[in-house]
Design a protein around this ligand. Structure first.
Ligand SMILES: Nc1ncnc2c1ncn2[C@@H]1O[C@H](COP(=O)(O)OP(=O)(O)OP(=O)(O)O)[C@@H](O)[C@H]1O
Ligand SMILES: [Mg+2]
Length: 481
């Protein structure tokens, strides 16, 4: 692979899941050692033996999955790993560090409180900490691996301004994304990768749409055939729940999904969607209200009870709660069904059956990995996500709760997931689709509700609803029920 980026340039890397974007970045940041080839930095050949070497040379990366220490503060995380501070006492320098962090965040529009602890921050804020950390270490080249995948559209716009500011300071930003409109909005040039090769580098204004990525175009049209809508499969009555920071995250939410129906929950991230999904999945105890699945009341707050009742959950935070990175892909696939045949008999886990099941699932969902025995952490971000989806879809659920199920997937992956959601619904599964992507919700759902500040505001028939109308509700425009 050949790749070249200039100083002061925003250079995008585009390519399908597993194309090699993260791997290339890992080589540039000294995490992986290339078998062959040469890296030339500002005219000089360099060899990195560790991420430390790359950092010393001025290359930093914000990973697809963050690497912050959650009980530590923002300022502590920013200096963590900065060798220049080794031997000095953090305590003595806290003030100085906090003020430098404050100065950097002001200069680049990275609003975050230096004394806040990581676990208190949203994903968008955590990303700002990662960027601050790179700036603190004087990175001249900054690689951002799918930075917008965890951002709301407003946060993404703010990030683009930060990126432009870094580039006009003469830094190089390498920006990885699956979204061409973002690439067009922020990058000067784009390099397209396919199956481990770079196939083209061109100025972004010459880049044509999705054909670049998968060699074909897709349409996100509505194609919901007539589906049988049946009995209620989940009913929530007056559900309230408290969020991680101890404040009430959802208030008096009532909703119902019937079998065979896709109910879209639209909303800007952070308005209680995650807490709602976790409450239904038994991962968060409701403070008030009742949950019924197929008419049977759940005690709540018990994931195994929810699984047994037929609730499947594709969480937003795929790596944190979705997979066990150290286990093989095969084991991750059976993570929820290991108590049942065919993969176990009594207390015994049946290795061959696990392998066969995993192979089938990997084939069906087009999970690109060399086999079911590779550890999950080796998969590319998009393929990891397919593993979680595959596991949840294949458990024959009654209700499927899917939070941003296509985030981070390439065009082909999005198509696969959409057809599975439609397929599940036409087999009588009730689907609760949580997404910020209005086009996606309007294309897939039968009905749409909007979540705003922890309550449901407005319900629409998806076929008749418009993006403008639902978008207004998402922004808190009137109509609170
Ligand atoms: N440490 C590793 N050992 C073996 N194979 C790996 C390792 N890391 C990545 N791979 C494989 O290399 C290929 C490229 O992966 P990479 O993570 O670079 O893709 P990507 O372009 O970033 O995809 P995505 O958009 O899904 O994040 C994949 O097939 C992946 O499984
Ligand atoms: Mg990747």
């Amino acid at each position: 692979m050949d790749f070249e980026a200039a100083a002061g340039e925003v250079h995008a890397l585009l390519g399908e899941n597993g194309a090699g974007k993260t791997t290339l970045s890992n080589i540039l940041t000294g995490l992986y050692r290339p078998d062959e080839g040469e890296i030339v930095l500002f005219g000089r050949p360099v060899e990195f033996h560790s991420p430390r070497d790359a950092l010393d040379a001025g290359i930093a990366m914000v990973h697809q999955h963050f690497r912050l220490v959650s009980p530590f503060t923002v300022a502590e995380n920013v200096v963590l790993g900065d060798h220049r501070d080794v031997g000095r006492s953090f305590l003595l320098h806290t003030r100085a560090i906090e003020s430098k962090v404050g100065e950097l965040s002001g200069r680049y529009g990275l609003a975050v409180e230096p004394r806040a602890r990581i676990w208190q921050l949203s994903l968008g804020e955590q990303q700002r900490v990662e960027i601050l950390k790179a700036l603190y270490q004087d990175a001249r080249i900054l690689i951002l691996d799918e930075p917008t995948a965890v951002l709301t559209p407003q946060e993404a716009d703010a990030l683009f301004e930060t990126i432009r500011a870094m580039a006009s300071d003469g830094r190089t930003v390498i920006f990885i994304s699956h979204k061409l409109h973002e690439v067009k909005a922020v990058a000067d040039r784009v390099t397209v990768l396919r199956r481990g090769r770079s196939i083209a580098t061109l100025p972004t204004n010459e880049a044509t749409p999705r054909s670049l990525m998968v060699g074909r175009e897709i349409e996100l049209g509505r194609q919901n055939g007539a589906r049988e809508v049946g009995e209620p499969c989940v009913q929530l009555e007056g559900i309230s729940a408290v969020g991680d920071r101890g404040v009430q995250a959802i208030t008096d939410v009532s909703l119902m999904v019937r079998r065979g129906e896709i109910l879209g929950v639209a909303g800007v991230a952070g308005n209680g969607q995650r807490e709602l999904a976790e409450t239904i999945a038994g991962m968060r105890a409701p403070a008030a209200g009742t949950i019924r699945v197929q008419g049977r009341r759940l005690r709540g707050g018990d994931p195994r009870e929810a699984i047994a009742a037929g609730v499947a959950y594709v969480p937003e935070d795929r790596l944190g709660t979705g997979v066990a990175p150290g286990l093989s892909v095969g084991k991750n696939v059976v993570l929820k069904s290991y108590r049942k045949p065919p993969v176990s008999r009594g207390p015994l886990l049946l290795a061959r059956e696990i392998r066969e099941l995993a192979e089938t699932v990997m084939r069906t969902y087009d999970v690109r990995a060399s086999g079911p025995d590779v550890p999950a952490w080796q998969l590319s971000g998009g393929n990891l996500q397919k593993v979680v989806l595959a596991r949840e879809f294949s458990g024959e659920p009654v209700l499927l709760v899917a939070a941003s199920p296509t985030r981070g997937l390439d065009v082909a992956g999005i198509e696969t997931v959409h057809s599975y959601l439609r397929g599940a619904a036409s087999q009588g599964v009730g689907v609760l689709l949580i997404s910020e992507d209005l086009d996606e919700i309007l294309a897939l759902a039968d009905r749409v509700v909007v979540m705003y500040e922890g309550t449901l505001v407005g319900e629409r028939d998806a076929e008749a609803a418009t993006v403008e109308e639902v978008g207004l509700l998402m922004a808190g425009g009137e109509e609170r029920s």
